[in-house]
Ligand binder design. Sequence first.
Ligand SMILES: *[C@@H]1O[C@H](CO)[C@@H](O)[C@H](O)[C@H]1NC(C)=O
Ligand SMILES: *[C@@H]1O[C@H](CO)[C@@H](O)[C@H](O)[C@H]1NC(C)=O
Ligand SMILES: *[C@@H]1O[C@H](CO)[C@@H](O)[C@H](O)[C@H]1NC(C)=O
Ligand SMILES: *[C@@H]1O[C@H](CO)[C@@H](O)[C@H](O)[C@H]1NC(C)=O
Ligand SMILES: *[C@@H]1O[C@H](CO)[C@@H](O)[C@H](O)[C@H]1NC(C)=O
Length: 411
Amino acid sequence: MFAAALSGFVFNLLHILSLYTPPHDNIIRLELRHIHGTAPDTGRIVFADYRPEKWIDLTGTAGQSYSIKTRKIRTYRPQSIGAFNDARAWSMRFGQSVTLPWDEDDVLGPDIESREVLLALAKMSSNAYLQPNETGWYELGANWTSTYPFGWEPDADGFRGQVFATPDNQTVVLSIKGTSAAFIGGGGPTAKKDKINDNLLFSCCCAHVDWTWTTVCGCHRGGWKCDQDCLEESLIEDSLFYPIGVNLYNNLTYMYPESNIWVIGHSLGGSLASLVGTTFGAPVVAFEAPGERMAAERLHLPSPPSTQHVTHIYHTADPIAMGTCNGVLSSCSIGGYAMESKCHLGKSIVYDTVSNLSWSVDIRTHPIATVIEKLLSEPWQPSLEAGREVPEPRHEEDCVECYSWDFGNYT
Ligand SMILES: *[C@@H]1O[C@H](CO)[C@@H](O)[C@H](O)[C@H]1NC(C)=O
Ligand SMILES: *[C@@H]1O[C@H](CO)[C@@H](O)[C@H](O)[C@H]1NC(C)=O
Ligand SMILES: *[C@@H]1O[C@H](CO)[C@@H](O)[C@H](O)[C@H]1NC(C)=O
Ligand SMILES: *[C@@H]1O[C@H](CO)[C@@H](O)[C@H](O)[C@H]1NC(C)=O
Ligand SMILES: *[C@@H]1O[C@H](CO)[C@@H](O)[C@H](O)[C@H]1NC(C)=O
């Protein structure tokens, strides 16, 4: 009894002390440490350490560090990854969700209501600045270093990005950029299958854009009917989309076991960042990401009590983030992918560029460069008028996915 009272007192004391941390402590400085990518031949994750002499710095910004204002963010992480995987497997097999115990944790996250913070994170999510010059790529776990023939041209397929860290390694930021042209690098024997799986994650009923689709998936039952069981069965174990993110995160915790990790990303890299952050309870900021809520469901990810540590930033003229990227006629049916999902996890900061800047809906507004140069570089008038720096973060509560479709059992 006494012990309990004492520990309550100590807890309160600690709590009070934590309210008095000095204000200048909330700025951290992040610098570039590694570059990551997927090897074109094997699809495996490879890293290279950032050393200026090994990279051609196209804009002279690679050595720059980013100062970021932070604040405490509440996250939820599964008590064990084993339990998480078991719950997921159970849900896949029996269609029932299992209650999973989650650890609640207050960690240092980015202050997402500051425009400067969003601007810095957007720059970190962009990776157009570097080209390799005799770079040594390596795989973690395997024990070799080699010069990788690596496609680094802007349109190369796959996920790639950078790893930033504070000088003391306390905070590490994983940035993931997915190219618009493909989810997974390389091609190889499984490319077609992966594409089908990934279409299932981000389109309503297996994506109508691509002719390859009809030969493989038969869940469409005419009109707007889609067979739910069929959809579930066509998934998912084989999809490389989510495992790539999990591997990336695991690789990073191997390099930085004690660090607080954030995950940020652009486009499909943003969706992946969110799924990873939801799995591991890491703070996430995603730019112009296609809606990933449906993907999380279709992947049967156990859902934490809250995903408010995930923040999306997008604008209304971007058809990929808005989930209006569909139809054979649209410029969006890039490479046979349909992006029809539109509901995002966590909270969204949405810039209404269509109303406020009279932009037309156009896939050319999707790149991270647009976000950096046209959206975040200048103060956002509509927010300023409301006494804020950025639009208010909101849950997409009344978001309905694929509303014109009927999902059911149509055997
Ligand atoms: C790339 O590396 C080669 C040496 O392998 C060097 O001669 C060349 O100057 C480097 N290029 C740049 C732009 O750093
Ligand atoms: C990795 O390299 C170290 C020495 O550099 C060696 O001792 C170790 O056995 C190697 N591990 C594997 C898995 O090859
Ligand atoms: C931070 O991590 C790097 C590995 O990327 C290591 O070389 C360095 O010594 C670490 N620094 C501190 C202060 O722990
Ligand atoms: C890193 O990720 C790869 C997948 O690309 C995985 O095979 C490997 O085991 C991981 N290494 C570590 C140390 O987590
Ligand atoms: C911005 O658009 C919103 C509607 O989305 C409107 O309510 C607001 O008045 C607009 N503000 C400006 C400055 O145009």
